[in-house]
Design a binder for this molecule. Structure first.
Ligand SMILES: [Zn+2]
Length: 197
């Protein structure tokens, strides 16, 4: 028997027994990542996040983001609760030393945040930028991208966001060694501004 917790308008808490499964108001999002196994097929089962029961059933499947991912609504045969799983391909970034790691918007933001120190760039701007970078990298359609392509994908949106932060980022990322490197980058910014005007 389940018990429902009731909080009344004066803040008093009481509880009463309820019959049957609790209302299906609970949604839990579980991100599934394909395991890097030989074939990745089969024997693993999705456990119910509430009661850990293995017997769950898909009640609805929806593709989202133009087929980039699939969302499944599942129902637990044991406790009756429903939950949602999200499956999407992991975008892998290959670092210069050959090590692969999952693409992370947070990592993009970290790198850009450093370049934006002291600039009027909001956290929200960084999030939008990271989203643009992810979209651009995913649009290539490759499952693995070299890390320098992620860096390249950052340059354009960052230039739109803040030119000073862009120069800082580009100087590190593209290894500016002399003030001539800066001058060339600044000339390019001027050319682009003129072209846009
Ligand atoms: Zn369950």
């Amino acid at each position: 028997m389940n018990r429902a917790t009731i909080v009344d308008l004066r803040g008093r808490v009481s509880s009463r027994p309820t019959v049957g499964p609790p209302a299906a108001a609970t949604t839990t999002v579980v991100t599934l990542r394909p395991r890097a196994g030989a074939d990745g097929e089969g024997c693993e089962r999705m456990h119910c996040p509430f009661c850990k029961n293995e017997d769950t059933r898909v009640v609805d499947s929806r593709v989202f983001d133009d087929g980039q991912g699939i969302r499944r609504r599942r129902s637990c045969a044991s406790c009756g609760r429903r939950f949602t799983t999200v499956e999407s391909a992991v975008l892998a970034v290959v670092k210069r030393n050959g090590v692969t790691e999952p693409f992370s918007r947070e990592k993009v933001m970290q790198g850009v945040r450093r370049a934006c120190q002291g600039r009027a760039v909001a956290e929200d701007d960084l999030q939008k930028l990271a989203q643009r970078v992810e979209d651009a990298v995913r649009a290539s359609g490759a499952a693995e991208v070299p890390s320098n392509e992620v860096g390249l994908a950052i340059l354009g949106p960052l230039r739109d966001l803040d030119e000073v932060a862009y120069l800082r980022f580009a100087s590190v990322y593209q290894g500016f060694n002399t003030i001539e490197d800066f001058e060339a980058a600044i000339r390019e910014l001027h050319r682009d501004r003129a072209a846009r005007a």
